[in-house]
Design a protein around this ligand. Structure first.
Ligand SMILES: Nc1ncnc2c1ncn2[C@@H]1O[C@H](COP(=O)(O)OP(=O)(O)O)[C@@H](O)[C@H]1O
Ligand SMILES: [Mg+2]
Ligand SMILES: [Zn+2]
Length: 493
């Protein structure tokens, strides 16, 4: 007997992952609030047939309908051995014709022989021919009170609305991986097979929510491993990449270690690319629920995987596709860093800092300030291309005593943009790069700004002009400006 059959649940409490359904059926039995036809739909190997059989037994038990049938009466025993004369199972896939259904309809005319009901379990009900469905429909409309139908299907949408409207519909869900894992471990313990938890985890994932498929894989793995179930053997058997490898890759992505990534990429490039992408997708899905990375990061990663899937269609080689994907992921992390900075800054701005337990580190020797300014531009570029384009025309002049002086030759449109993003982006980056509380002193453009002719200017005119500059500076950079220094060119000779 296969393991899947050996471990087929005999009671409701052994059915895993279908709590809502089991609860409703249990209630219905215990309150004798029963329908005449049920439909169990859902993924293959999720417990439809199993539940149908337990339900049928529960209806037949000599002690009366109950969610906990006695298991010892003749009805229960025969049901458990699959030989109850009043529980008739029919496979809709192989008995799909009208004659087959007619036979069933004929049987509904006779009262149950030893049980309380005559129960028909029709598996793969969506496979019945239209004619057969129509014949069945008539009986479903007005079944004798001693008749119960339990239809099961993986594809309820293929059933006509006329049938759907006459049945109580229960949707079996994919079984949660954690539950599957626990179930596999239970089976392994019963079978006296020692195992690696990681190996079981991988098996649990690869059955895609179908418990039967998973148990079948488990059985193969046991045969394959001879003794202990190890991760390497399961990886080998399934032909998937080692999940620890995926873990490592993401680690390296966060460390921006392109070299190590290239090495791994070479190693895994021989695998089927779809399998690798599936592994990565399931890793990201899990990461989402484990709060491993931020949602923004996961979303960006998913987009990158989706793009890569497009590339595969045009037959680009695996190594290239994978390298591209991982490098793009590294790139995708960069803007995110700035999001962190913003959050950090907001925290500081609103004084919600958590007291640091570490002593502040000694001041680091500062890199040349012009480099800092290029860094500022680079970070702006990472953050927003448009913003960068505008900021390009701002030139570094000096940085001393916490005062950053620059010369700005930006046009009016850009001024607006820079102003708009002054406090939410630019100032934050300046604080991050030049130090918190850096004061910015913009210097007007020496190339474009109209130069007052010094010989003509009266002291009053100069004051007016300076006021305008101060006003303009505030327009561009908002109220964060603490000081405006005005530099005058030497009078033209
Ligand atoms: N929900 C479940 N709980 C426990 N075992 C299950 C469950 N679903 C499936 N199985 C296992 O898979 C086998 C096949 O399940 P079955 O009920 O025939 O699936 P379905 O009819 O949905 O295709 C069972 O014998 C059992 O070993
Ligand atoms: Mg079935
Ligand atoms: Zn009984």
């Amino acid at each position: 007997m296969t393991l899947a059959l050996k471990y087929r649940p005999k009671t409701f409490s052994e059915v895993i992952g279908q709590e809502a359904i089991i609860k409703t059926l249990t209630n219905a039995l215990d309150t004798k609030n029963l329908a005449s036809a049920y439909l169990f739909s859902g993924l293959r190997g999720s417990g439809k047939t199993t539940t149908a059989r337990i339900f049928a037994k529960a209806l037949q038990c000599s002690q009366g309908e109950s969610s906990t049938p006695c298991e010892v009466c003749d009805n229960c025993k025969m049901a458990n051995e699959n030989r109850h004369i009043d529980i008739i199972e029919m496979d809709g896939a192989s008995n799909r014709k009208i004659e087959d259904i007619k036979e069933i309809i004929e049987q509904t005319k006779y009262k149950p022989t030893i049980g309380r009901y005559k129960i028909f379990i029709i598996d793969e009900a969506h496979m019945l021919t239209r004619e057969a469905e129509n014949a069945l429909l008539k009986t479903l409309e007005e079944p004798p009170e001693y008749v119960k139908f339990i239809l099961a299907t993986t594809d309820p949408l293929k059933l006509p609305a006329t049938i759907l409207s006459r049945v109580q519909h229960y949707r079996f869900t994919k079984i949660d991986t954690m539950l599957i894992k626990t179930h596999l471990e239970y089976i392994l313990a019963k079978e006296n097979v020692s195992f690696d938890t990681k190996a079981v985890e991988l098996l649990a994932k690869s059955g895609e929510g179908s418990l039967r498929d998973t148990i079948t894989l488990l059985e193969q793995a046991i045969a394959y491993s001879k003794g202990k179930l190890s991760l390497d053997q399961v990886v080998d058997m399934l032909g998937v990449i080692n999940p620890e490898m995926v873990d490592r890759i993401f680690d390296l992505i966060f460390k921006e270690d392109k070299k190590a990534i290239s090495t791994i990429t070479k190693e895994i490039a021989s695998y089927d690319i779809d399998t690798i992408l599936d592994e990565i997708i399931s890793y990201l899905k899990a990461a989402l629920f484990q709060n491993k990375f931020s949602i923004i990061t996961i979303e960006r990663f998913f987009k990158i995987v989706a793009d890569v899937k497009e590339l595969i269609k045009i037959n680009v080689d695996n190594e290239f596709v994978l390298s591209l994907m991982f490098f793009k992921m590294i790139e995708a992390l960069k803007p995110h860093k700035i999001d962190d900075l913003i959050r950090e800054f907001e925290k500081k701005a609103f004084h919600v800092t958590t007291p640091s337990t570490q002593p502040s580190s000694p001041p680091q020797p500062l890199p040349p300030t012009t480099d800092l300014f290029s860094k500022l531009k680079q970070e702006l570029l990472n953050r927003d291309k448009e913003l960068y384009e505008c900021f390009k025309d701002v030139e570094f002049v000096s940085f001393q005593d916490n005062v950053l002086v620059w010369e700005s030759c930006v046009n009016d449109e850009c001024k607006q943009l820079l102003r708009k993003y002054w406090s939410s982006v630019i100032k934050i980056l300046i604080d991050e790069i030049f130090g918190i509380g850096t004061k910015v002193t913009p210097k007007p453009c020496s190339k474009l700004a109209p130069q007052p002719k010094p010989q003509k200017s009266t002291p009053v005119e100069i004051v007016e002009h300076d006021k305008n500059i101060v006003k303009k500076a505030h327009e561009i950079f908002g109220d964060d400006i603490v000081e405006v220094n005005i530099y005058r060119n030497a009078p033209n000779s």
